[in-house]
Every structure is written in C-alpha cells, then in structure tokens.
Write a protein that binds this ligand. Structure first.
Ligand code: IMP
Length: 211
C-alpha cells in the first residue's frame, strides 16, 4: 500500500538549489518543507552503488534523525559509450571546485578517445531517483529518466551541471538553452521534461494530494 505525505516533510539535502526546486514542487500540495540543513542534521556517506540506494540512504538517515517523513533525491548523467559513467559519480567528476566545464570536457575527451563522434554513439540519459522514508521504515521510491545525445561544444548558460551538453530527444535546444519552466516545469505549465520533473510526477501520483 502506498502512503500519503501529510503536513510536514524534511527535505534531505544540503544543496540550496535542490532545496529551492523541491520546495517549489511541493508548494501546490500544502506540504510544509523543512530542510535537513535547517534542522542541523548531518549528511550520510552515499555508499550505494545505484541512484535508488543513494536516495534511500539519504532519506532514511534524515527520517531517523528528525523522526519525520523525509524526502531525498539522487541524480546524475549516464553515458552509454562510457559504460554508464559518470553515473552516480556525476557530482564528483566536477572535482572539489564543482567545475562542470571540467567534467563536461572529461566526458568529451573520453568520447573522442572512443571515436564517439556521431549522435548515435553519443547517447546519454539523466536519471532521478526519489525516495520518501518514514521513521517506521516505510519507503516510497520512484525513478525516471530523460534520454538524449551529447553535443560539443556545450551550448547555453541556463541550468547547471551537464545541462549545456545535453540535447533531449525531440528538441533542438540543449537543457542549457532552455528556460527553467521548459526543463523542470510540471504540466500544465511545463512539459515535465526533465528526469526530476518526471520522477516527481510519479511520486505525486502515489504520495501527494493537491490542496
Ligand atoms: P547528486 O544527486 O547531488 O549526487 O548530484 C547529481 C549530479 O548530477 C549533479 O551535481 C549534476 O552534476 C548532475 N545532474 C543531475 N541532474 C542534472 C540536471 O538536471 N542537469 C545537469 N546536471 C545534472
């Protein structure tokens, strides 16, 4: 049986960008969102070997510490020609300075080394895994992806991370060239295009009720 989220929810992230996005997504449901940072909760090590388990590790740690239902996400980009890299290490590829120009250049160098120069050899997808954990160990988990190809040089200055080199299927602009509402917006305002928007729609179906 799926369980609904009522009232208060801890957002298990210390990333201000993610927190703002999640609060925005939850607002129409009348959920009071409080962040793990605001509650002074620590950050667990992401020791899982897939997106789903890393989201669960973060949500469970926050639920136990705060004694409240807690919501976490884990995401990244999976490049087919690189055997799925950087995958769960997407954030780490940007190094301590979080420089995604470096991370994108690394992907491009590896693709060139493999002769991946045509669009069909440059397939990639973003993945978003979402988990809500309750203090009594109940979990709700969803995952979604958006498929596309990688372009070089990167295009656009919107978004973050790997957005400027990701061209979603069926579109002529990269995520870096799209307005936030186009990339992340949920229907009816947006297309629910991004991996996170798609995962959130799935979560809303099972755990949330519009107010
Ligand atoms: P984590 O979920 O905090 O472990 O980090 C996910 C990493 O994947 C981010 O730091 C980005 O590099 C990358 N990523 C996830 N979602 C997106 C996206 O929508 N656009 C661009 N990069 C993303």
């Amino acid at each position: 049986m799926h369980r609904r989220i009522t009232d208060k929810l801890v957002i298990a992230t210390h990333n201000p960008g993610k927190l703002a996005e999640m609060k925005e997504l939850l607002a129409p449901y009348g959920i009071e969102a409080v962040s793990a940072g605001e509650l002074g909760l620590g950050e667990p090590d992401e020791t899982g070997n897939d997106f789903r388990s890393n989201a669960a590790i973060k949500a469970i740690a926050a639920a136990k510490a705060a004694k409240l239902p807690s919501f976490a996400d884990d995401s990244g980009i999976v490049v087919d020609a690189l055997d799925g890299a950087p995958g769960i290490f997407s954030a780490r590829w940007a190094g301590p300075t979080k420089d995604f120009n470096v991370a994108m250049a690394r992907i491009e160098r590896l693709l060139q080394e493999r002769g991946s120069t045509t669009p069909d050899r440059r397939r990639a997808h973003f993945v978003s895994a979402l988990c809500v954990a309750w203090p009594d160990d109940h979990l709700e988990e969803v995952q979604a992806r958006v498929d596309g190809t990688l372009v070089w040089p990167p295009r656009g200055t919107a978004g973050f991370g790997y957005d400027p080199m990701f061209l979603p299927d069926g579109h002529s602009r990269t995520f870096g060239e799209m307005e936030s509402i186009e990339k992340h917006g949920l229907p009816p305002l947006g297309l629910g295009l991004s991996h996170r928007a798609r995962a959130f729609v799935k979560l809303a179906e099972i755990c949330l009720e519009p107010r």
